[in-house]
Design a protein around this ligand. Sequence first.
Ligand code: NOJ
Length: 562
Amino acid sequence: MSKQWWKEAVVYQIYPRSFMDSNGDGVGDIKGIISKLDYLKLLGVDVVWLSPVYESPNDDNGYDISDYRRIMSEFGTMEDWELLRDEMHKRGIKIVMDLVVNHSSDEHAWFVESRKSKDNPYRDYYIWREGNDGREPNNWESVFSGSAWQYAEETGEYYLHLFSKKQPDLNWENPELRNEIYDMMNFWLENGIDGFRMDVINFISKAPGLPDAPNPEGKKYASGHEYFMNGPRIHEFLQEMNELVLDGKDVMTVGEMPGVSPDEAQLYTGEDRKELNMVFQFEHMDVDSGELGKWDLIPFDLKKLKKILTKWQTGLNGQGWNSLYWNNHDQPRVVSRFGNDGEHRVISAKLLGTLLHMMQGTPYIYQGEELGMTNVRFASIDEYKDIETLNMFKEKIAEGVDEREIMKSIYAKGRDNARTPMQWDSSEHAGFTEGTPWIAVNPNYQEINAEKAMEDPNSVFHYYRKLISTRKEHDIIPYGSFELLYEDDDSIYSYVRRYNGEALLVIGNVSNEGRTFIKPDHIQVNEDQKQLLISNYEVDERENVEQIELKPWEARVYKYSI
Ligand code: NOJ
């Protein structure tokens, strides 16, 4: 396995709308980000991934782009962005931009043209079809509820939108469109960026004929996943992109890929394949979802989580590269989800960070995770802003589902959990803005905020600093092999990493009660030589690891020679 800077890096994700507002309009912006770069430097991250900052009507908060080469005016100007890039580079932080090219906004000039007439030169930049007996061309469901097709009166045809109807899918079958995308990527690379995070990039190749999805339950619309996830030409497109844009440039690429398996991820990220550096997979994010999808809540099962993550750890070792994450702007806050956001908030946030950061892959920290920020429970649906949540709410109410049931799902899984403003201090609106924030601040900001965390040596923030610096000091963390211990235990999460004559023993107690860890016989630790790398409780380093009485949510990492 080759050594690469992006395998050793730790990435911090910024969702600009919710990070820091510099001008009092209630919306985070680029100058706000610049004002917080010293904070990120102190944390110790190497790369920042910026969620989209391009011109957008904000139907999906910037994931609907109307101009790929301009900065959204709410966020600032191109000069502001250039200053951000330079200030980041000055601090040794790299900048990775979001690339959203499965779809554009319906307000993008290409689409404005495309919808005008069937013979418009931009018509084939998008996916247009005739209706099927007065119905949509097929039965595919949009990720954001309802049909994935929208009728356009100008030409009497429908266009495909896997996400909102303001996010028409781009037609990657069209080489002209592909070249436009590559030109645009080169434009940003020439502007000095250090990589791309590629939004749902494994959706860009659709199955020929766009067949109806199987629909055994006879619902109005059905998921057409198998016809657009990892589609027939996906590897060809990514290899072409690599050849025409990425090859020979020392940049980092990460493909967001719902529904990808480790075998497929090997194809996307294998070193000889010239496609991408790493994937974002979602399997572990579905661990608490039932058969009906993310809103269908089922209890968290640690054994299931361990099984999934182990499959990825062993499946890609030496064959490809994965990202490690608990959080992003689409996911609920991990301390509320898999930890304990009440009495054990701080300690459980540290434990979860430890379990993830000691694995193989590139770790991503989502803004506020380093503070142990929690989910939010707004009293009324009117306070929610996310299009996915609002569409789902409307659909379920129309189906007659009890509102309290719907709210339960939103509290657990809604994307706005991640999008409440970053909690900087205990002043009004958590120091995020001097105006009225576009979405309300989590009421717990007086307790949970960056200022407090920086002052407290026992905070989640300082623990994350240590996780980051520890990774940098030990090659075994990015590069070692992985063996899970006690796969059937429903509270102990423990594993061993091995690399070049060294081993790491990671031990965690994922529960509110004390637990006993007994070291399996085949793990031979030289007690006199072992070193405690990090722990979330005070521990006597000389304590024997044969048998450990773990406190609630305790985490320890030992290094020893083998
Ligand atoms: C994935 C992004 O992470 C999400 O926020 C967005 O809504 C969809 N892709 C559509 O762009």
